[in-house]
Design a binder for this molecule. Sequence first.
Ligand code: PLP
Ligand code: COI
Length: 352
Amino acid sequence: MEIRIENTKTPGVKVTENLGFGKHFTDHMFMMDYNVEKGWYDARIVPFGNLSLHPAATVFHYGAEIFEGLKAYRTADGSVQLFRPIENVRRMNNSAERLQLPTMPEEEMLQAITEFVKHEQDWVPYGAGESLYLRPFLFGNDEALGVHGIQNSRFVIIASPSGSYYKEGINPVKIMIEKDDVRAVRGGTGFAKCGGNYAAANRAGARAEEKGYTQVLWLDGVERKYIEEVGAMNVMFKIAGEVVTPMLSGSILPGITRKSCLELLREEGYKVSERLLSVDELLEACKNGTLEEAWGTGTAAVVSPIGKLSFDGVEYIVNNNEIGKTTQHLYDTLTGIQWGRVEDKHGWIVKI
Ligand code: PLP
Ligand code: COI
């Protein structure tokens, strides 16, 4: 695939302190268009800027939008690397298939990501825990209001030099279990990374925030009984020595951090189970002291300890509101591999 490059004439100043998450952007973006007859065309790296779209564009009315999230890491020797980008490429194509947006050959999407990162590599930050967060996204771009198969789409990648996702950093976060709203149902779009899932989460998210909680923990959409995932991460619990995480039922996102943590834990001989976990079982474990640790996993959130869980107005403290041993171990191992401090025995790292 040929990528046309148009460099900016007004390079931006790199922020190096208090990066936050997703607030600053690099000088360029990757773009490519799709038409049902032409296929993918005009791959280009162009100056970062606003998109100009027709007011009837599909994405504004019928929500045809999917995205991905991955990071470029700066290693001690100054080089730049990605963590399992092929997993993001595959999930993007699965999401596209669910929304009937066009898929892209894996090697082409991977090339778009790697060449874009190469072009923007000076923007990968050097600070501890900082990285260049990459946000590929794809949306329907037909300029008409009829509801029909999507004929035109656009694929874009933007990049944001970022620090910690939560203001708490690696300190435990407070999570509210949601009783009323649901995020997704089996057969719906829960397993896809589409914007609509996050829009559906807004109301409960606002209620949680108002009460001082960081994010919402969702229950399944049918029985409202089983634990699913948090707004921006999957969840794991250590109950009586066993790591338990909700199984991939179709309504939760198959997280790449989740998959990596499960692989690491299993290799190390931890007892791990992917299964249905009811909120009653979880709260009982809170009450009888067998819930040893709780944490979330995600690209942005990394491995994030959960210190407080609330349900129906009652708050439960997990592990004294401190980071647990398994959580810390996973955080150290995973970030160690990502930043090149721990040997990559799995072939997860892609050097730029
Ligand atoms: N669940 C949701 C709803 C998310 O937004 C994310 C973040 O991407 C995750 C889980 C974790 O997925 P991953 O580990 O692939 O980043
Ligand atoms: C990520 O972890 O990459 C995500 O997409 C989470 C996002 C909603 C901030």
